[in-house]
Ligand binder design. Sequence first.
Ligand code: ADP
Length: 273
Amino acid sequence: LDTHAVPLRDEDDRSMGVLLVMNDLTKLNRLENIRQDFVANVSHELKTPITAIKGYVETLLDGALEDQDNARRFLSIVVRQANRLDAIVDDLLTLSRIEDREQRRDISLTVAEVGPVLESALQTCAVQADEKGIIIQVESDEEWYAPINQPLLEQAVINLLGNAIAYSPQGSLITLRCQGSRNRQGEEFVHLSVIDNGPGIAKEHLPRLFERFYRCDKARSRDQGGTGLGLAIAKHIAQAHNGTVEVESSLGKGSTFTLILPAAPRNDGERRG
Ligand code: ADP
């Protein structure tokens, strides 16, 4: 705590007491630490592919270029690493755009049906799922409407669905579920869940899962082409919808990630029939 005192005096310069000013430095320090960690993490994440690219290109220049087969192999690694860099920078830009807009509170939300968002996210991920023979089924209890930013919400679903596909075994089943809930105050919420039958996530990872660059298994995530930012982005998108994202998982039991958003107030007669 940073405290300083300012003496207060009236017009005749008589003392009226003191004004105590206290600043909570712990919070400022914590934010500064988070910022420093983030810069260190970003630098490290960018360095890894850059080091690989330099290494392979140097080896090629040192003579490996003469050996056609190796040259081809090295160049494909260079392209893969360049794509990684590209994906990390794309995700960083997305994250900073959302955060920026979140702070300015100008992400526009329009009341719309949520089902089509699931459908288009599914279409985007269909090729990736097909390659692994993964089946995706969609379940919905009824039509749900919510104030949404369609492209952003779709991005959040794509991030969750993309992970489910990436971390699930060949030929497994993923369920996209849309259902509602009501709290004690009678407010309604839409739950968008991505349910997989993958390896699950150990309990100790769950509290940190939505942090930027947090991964349960670094090597596995990199193999999958992961940037380590997908869940952080999903969380910010949920927040921009005044909602949250939750995870339920345990090792060997698959994972369920759920976006929970306030539903649009509705006129029962109109929509349910
Ligand atoms: P990444 O790009 O590494 O996938 P994310 O932020 O999307 O980054 O996810 C963070 C980590 O959470 C992943 O590295 C992975 O370890 C774990 N994870 C996310 N989704 C799943 C899932 N459906 N099944 C198992 N592990 C998951």
